[in-house]
Write a protein that binds this ligand. Structure first.
Ligand code: SAM
Length: 250
């Protein structure tokens, strides 16, 4: 997968060299290009923003640098053989970023991110590229960050771990919270490792039983307990008949 990020703070994307994403890059599973938006400014002050039409506080990112950057990235990508790019526009007014959307993005070969600053990007930029490539306006939560770079890191990490061969154990994301399947819409319950006792706290006995059915049932019950406590909205979406069926199979 190819990733391009255009930003006025390229150094903010340094974490893309670390851990899972960094290793995926080193193995050639991810081809990451971070670009400085100011490279597409042609005035003495490398200006990327201006005052908003209609007045109001804050500044708006200008069309010209973004247009120049996106045109050049698309041309370069096509020249080097990339195809089917999609534009990912982080914005608090976008559609919520969910595991389902992470899966959808992980199936695309090329993502171009436009993390903004100030009050965001002049709308005409998004409208212009929406006529050429798919555009996803994405929010990582109901709060406002100072800039979209942190959102790019969040989205990239969630997407990268779904790419074939990136996680050590390909099955490990299948048991995660939000994963599709029998536990869909349930948060993952607690997890434990050695030693079996620590500061007087013992792990639940069932985990030592070796009985796969009982362990699966315990995990499901813990997931239900945790989801009920932390995300009652998700419980509403669960299908109880799927649980009953699973119980009969145990
Ligand atoms: N005026 C904008 C609004 O109220 O929708 C907020 C602009 S915010 C200060 C600057 C930039 O940070 C946004 O354009 C976007 O790139 C990024 N950003 C802020 N919050 C975000 C969120 N929840 N999800 C994704 N990106 C976000």
């Amino acid at each position: 997968m190819r990733l391009d990020v255009v930003t006025i703070f390229p150094e903010y994307l340094e974490p893309l060299n670390v851990s899972l994403v960094g290793k995926a890059r080193a193995r050639g599973q991810l081809d990451v290009h971070v670009h400085d938006l100011r490279s597409w400014t042609y005035d003495r002050h490398n200006t990327v923003d201006d005052t908003p039409y209609g007045g109001g506080p804050g500044m708006v990112m200008k069309t010209e640098p973004w247009g120049g950057a996106l045109d050049d990235i698309l041309a370069d990508g096509y020249e080097t053989g990339s195809s089917a790019p999609a534009l990912i526009v982080p914005t608090p007014s976008g559609r919520p970023f969910t595991q389902e959307l992470a899966v959808e993005l992980s199936e695309r070969p090329w993502l171009i991110f436009t993390p903004a600053r100030y009050e965001g990007i002049d709308r005409r930029v998004i409208d212009e590229y929406a006529t050429r490539i798919p555009v996803y306006e994405v929010s990582i939560g109901d709060y406002v960050l100072a800039g979209g770079e942190a959102a790019v890191l969040v989205i990239t990490e969630a997407v990268a771990r779904l790419l074939p061969g990136v996680l050590g154990n390909a099955e490990s994301h299948q048991d995660d919270s939000f994963a599709p399947g029998a536990m869909a819409n349930l948060l993952e319950g607690p997890v434990y490792t050695k030693p079996p006792a620590w500061r007087g706290r013992e792990i639940p006995e069932v985990l030592l039983s070796g009985h796969h059915g009982k362990i699966a049932r315990w995990r499901r019950d813990e997931a239900l307990r945790r989801t009920t406590a932390n995300r009652p909205d998700l419980i509403e979406r669960c299908d109880p008949s799927a649980f009953d069926k699973k119980d009969r199979e145990m």
